[in-house]
Design a protein around this ligand. Structure first.
Ligand code: GUN
Length: 318
């Protein structure tokens, strides 16, 4: 049996169609939602990500601004950049692309973002709201994974879900979202013992540990839904042979190009899982869709309640 493809592009298109109606209504009422992206230095992967986020704003009719401080920027200078954006009434969403250079105190920067404009959902206030099940802005990648599950009618309630990876950005919020949707959640990481047996009990697996093809196909329960958050570029021929054994077309493409994108799940999972996100074209597009959704939501909430922003600012950890 071949796994059903969980097409992230299709879901992104659905969400964009829903949002474009809302953007039209807001814009007609004189409120054009706006996103400001802060891209520090010249990391090619970050440049690519931010470019697609700005392109999404343009496609939806949101205003966007791109700030590009140099890689040598100090924490204090970056704090000043964020403060300016906090005060700018035309900016509804602030996104500081990660990773930041080593001299910058990343946590301090993320805590400086006004929680009402925190469209990445990284601020401790928004994380706290997620923990306690109160409305707030939720991190885009885990929120996108939930959309993939829900819009494909994958039953979450009562399911055994395993989240592989415990990052602040994906693993932890993902586990909370699944728990709030009444799944029984196990969080696994590099020190977990007996991982294959834990995974074999899972109806839903979310793989987010950032290791190319780490999750072997025979660790998956036949028919399970597998969400692959990883995006890893491989260049090693031996690794390509391990991963693309049984996929001659992909191996051929790798040989021609010298590299390939693979997820955290071994491609052989397609023969065991019941449903699987492709890489690329699975989680990535839904992450961008949720960023747009958060920006529109932030614009709506800030205008609906002018106090929303100010109140949240005073409670932010500064
Ligand atoms: N770097 C990797 N993923 C993300 C993300 O979702 N948001 C930001 N700001 N940076 C990232």
């Amino acid at each position: 049996m071949t796994a059903r493809t969980l097409d992230g592009q299709k879901i992104r298109d659905q969400i964009f169609a829903e949002l474009s109606d809302e953007v039209r209504l807001l814009t007609a009422a004189g409120v054009r939602p706006g996103l400001a992206a802060v891209l520090v230095g010249e990391n090619p992967a970050s440049q690519l990500y931010v470019k697609s986020k700005i392109a999404a704003c343009q496609q939806l009719g949101l205003s966007s601004a791109l700030l590009t401080p140099p890689a040598t920027v100090s924490t204090l200078h970056l704090l000043a950049v964020v403060e300016d954006l906090n005060r700018d009434n035309d900016v509804d969403g602030i996104l500081v692309q990660l990773p930041l250079p080593p001299q910058v105190d990343t946590k301090r920067i993320l805590e400086a973002v006004d929680p009402a404009k925190d469209v990445d959902g990284f601020h401790p206030v928004n994380l706290g709201r997620l923990v306690s099940g109160r409305p707030g802005l939720v991190a885009c990648t885990p929120a996108g994974c939930m959309e993939i599950l829900r819009r494909n009618d994958i039953k979450i309630e009562g399911a055994n879900a395993v989240v592989l990876g415990r990052s602040d950005i994906v693993g932890k919020p993902m586990a909370l979202l699944l728990m709030h949707a009444n799944a029984t959640v196990t969080i696994c990481h590099s020190k977990t013992r007996g991982l294959p047996d834990l995974l074999r009990r899972a109806d839903i697996i979310v793989a987010a540990m950032g290791k190319a093809g780490y999750l072997e196909a025979d660790w998956i329960k036949p028919g399970a839904a597998v969400i692959d958050v990883g995006t890893n570029r491989i260049t090693d021929h031996k690794e390509a042979e391990r991963l693309f054994h049984g996929f001659p077309d992909r191996l051929e493409k790798f040989r021609a190009k010298g590299s390939a994108l693979v997820g955290d799940v071994h491609p052989g999972a397609v023969n065991i899982a019941g449903a699987l996100t492709p890489v690329p074209g699975g989680v990535g597009p839904t992450t961008i869709a949720m960023l747009m959704s958060n920006t529109v939501k932030a614009a709506r909430l800030r205008r609906a309640s002018p106090k929303f922003s100010a109140t949240q600012s005073t409670t932010s950890a500064r």
